[in-house]
Structures are given as structure tokens and as C-alpha cells.
Design a protein around this ligand. Sequence first.
Ligand code: PEP
Length: 247
Amino acid sequence: MARKLAAGNWKMNGLKASLSEATALAEMFPAPKVDILLCPPATLVAAMAAALDGTKVDVGGQDCHPRSSGAHTGDISAEMLVDAGCDYVILGHSERRADHGESNALIAQKTIAATMAGLAPVVCVGETLDERESGKTLEVIRHQLSASLPDAVDFDKLVIAYEPVWAIGTGKIPTLAQIAEVHDDMRETLSARYGDDEAGKIPLLYGGSVKPGNAPEIFATSNVDGALVGGASLKAADFAGIVKALE
Ligand code: PEP
């Protein structure tokens, strides 16, 4: 059985004052039944890790460079995220694939770097609206999984997030049958590559307009082990509703 994970992605949102939302969330869940993760912007990673030290809420980065150090202005390595107090890193989010031209091959290199540094990579995949409407969803997801994941992964740490690009920040979500179809297919694809036991340990998160109101039905869907949440992770009260639905 895969562990359950409620992961929040703050994207490019949050100033120091926002850390009170993170500490409020931690206070609401002193002994959660599921894993909880917040991924703030890089400027807040160290401060959030310090503020959440000793709590049950983990901290993650939103990206890392494939190399551990060097002449890469503006980039952050997996080692730096660990040093700042992170346990996780989101990789291959569709906004990074679109805004920074990230390829599957680069995401695979980043996944190796994160794994070697001891981070749990949250590798994101998802189809565009055009791809869904032309019936290519499963083909796209299978290809992204195959090309974004390396052969050697830490199955106790790897997390996959299925995020349809057209559902992110739009308020639109696929039908539950569409989510189940993709999640079941991802589990089968991962089993074929890594074996049933190892693939069964990988949490498969759904992401895209998850809110406290729709979380219970999404979490009751086949092979959904949690969520990667953008907008509704910014406020402790909203994210708490999603965490409770997963518990
Ligand atoms: C995301 O940022 O990964 C995301 C799913 O955003 P939202 O929940 O706002 O759609």
C-alpha cells in the first residue's frame, strides 16, 4: 500500500508573513494520519523549515538543478534544499515544463539528483486540453512517466503527481472516471517497469483544482493516494479541509 500524502504547492506566492499559515496548519495536525507537505517559494524554504521543525508538516522545494553545485546562476541544487531543511522536491511541474522548457530527459536527471541527495521527488505528469480532446491522454502520460523517471529510484520516497494541465488553477476537474482511468493506468505502467511490489509503494497524487469540497470524492477514486494542491494550500483552513478528507 502506498502512503497517503497531502502536498501543497505555494508556487510564486508567499512572503515571510505567510509562514503563519504553515505554523497554523501544523498546530491543527499534531498527530496526522497522513503525510503533509508544504512547498513554498525558494525564498521561504529555510524559514519555513525552521518554523515547522519538530512538527508533522514536511517542507519541500519546487524545483532543483541536476548538478550539486557550479556556475548556474539563479538555480538551486538538491543538496542546498536538504541543507535548508527540505525532505521533498517537486519536479517537472507543468508550469516549469511550459515556462522553462523543461524536457522529460531533464526531469529524469533532476529526479536522479534529488534521489542521490536523499530528497523525495514529486514528479509531475499531465496532458494538455488538446491532448485530452484528441484522445491521447494515456499515451502522453505513459510517455512522460517512461521518460521522466530514471531506472534507479528510491521506492520509499518517489511520489508521482497526475496534474491535467487544463485543470490547474482553472476550477475544472476531470470526471472521477477519467481520474481513475489515468491513475489505474499509471499504476499498471509503473508495475510493468518496476514490478508490482515497488510500484505499489509509490503514492499517486491527483492535482488540479482540488478544494475541500471535491477532495472526499477524489480521494475515494481508484489508485488516488493524495493530492498536489496549489491555490487551496495557501490558507491553513482550506488545506486543513483537504488533509482531513484524506485522513
Ligand atoms: C498545482 O499547483 O500543482 C495545482 C494543482 O494548482 P491548483 O490546485 O491551484 O489547481
